[in-house]
Design a protein around this ligand. Structure first.
Ligand code: 6GU
Length: 244
């Protein structure tokens, strides 16, 4: 899988992402992350990439041409028009389901805006997905792109060494993850739950499932209506899907 991040600050994005687990996967050749500097595509003799908004108002607007040429350089390289995500608080909120969907794409472009915005015409021309990472405003799309690339890249087979963990963790089946414990058995006067020391894998699985459901009910009851629960679990934990 290849990620192309169109930005005025390519090193901000690549240096953070190429550290740690995602970087290891990139070294192994499982994925590629390329920062594309929009400023490299300016035709302005002062390297300018923004200008005043027509109609007036505060701030500057990123111009269409350098962004479009940066996008075209990627499209030409891969031989087709790639799926292109524009990071904006006006987009649909990013979810684990969206991460999964995008993880099936071979080439993915992210456009990071800055200043007051981006000329609408280039967005109409290249963007396939408008995505926000939450209801707050950032100064630019870079941090949002990093969040998305991390969440998507870790779903690519081979990126996580423990392949099972992508499927048992928080949000899989719309349930939060169960609590984890490691050595020592007692720390700060607190003992690890006995069931985890019992060696009975069946009991451990049942306990973890119960913990996941209880936690979700306590901290994210909004997730439960889409959770994958058996009829028995719904009865035992008093979960209804709003129909009752
Ligand atoms: Cl995706 N971009 C920007 N600039 N701000 C945001 C955002 C994205 N998501 C939340 N705030």
């Amino acid at each position: 899988m290849r990620f192309y991040i169109l930005t005025l600050f390519p090193e901000m994005v690549t240096s953070a992402l190429l550290t740690s687990i995602i970087g290891k996967a990139a070294k192994k050749g499982i994925l590629e992350i390329e920062g594309v500097n929009i400023r490299d595509f300016t035709r302005d003799r002062h390297q300018k990439v923004d200008d005043y908004p027509y109609g007036g108002g505060a701030g500057m607007v990123m111009q269409a041409q350098p962004i479009y040429d940066a996008y075209c350089s990627v499209a030409e390289k891969i031989g087709r028009r790639p799926r292109t995500v524009y990071l904006t608080p006006q987009g649909k909120t990013f979810t684990q389901a969206k991460a999964k969907e995008l993880a099936c794409t071979e080439d993915l472009v992210f456009l990071c805006g800055h200043y007051e915005g981006v000329d609408e015409r280039v967005l109409e021309e290249i963007v396939t997905d408008y995505v926000s990472i939450g209801d707050y405003v950032l100064t630019g799309g870079e941090l949002a792109a990093m969040v998305m690339v991390d969440a998507i890249a870790r779903m690519v087979p081979g990126v996580l060494t423990n392949e099972k963990s992508a499927c048992t963790e928080s949000f899989e089946g719309n349930l939060l993850e169960y609590p984890q414990y490691s050595r020592p058995v007692e720390w700060n006067g607190k003992r690890v739950p006995d069931v985890l020391l019992s060696g009975d894998h069946g009991k451990v699985e049942l306990w973890r499932r119960e913990q996941s459901i209880l936690r979700t009910r306590q901290f994210r009851p909004d997730l439960l209506k889409n959770a994958e629960l058996t009829l028995r679990e719904k009865a035992v934990y008093g979960v209804n899907d709003g129909k009752i």
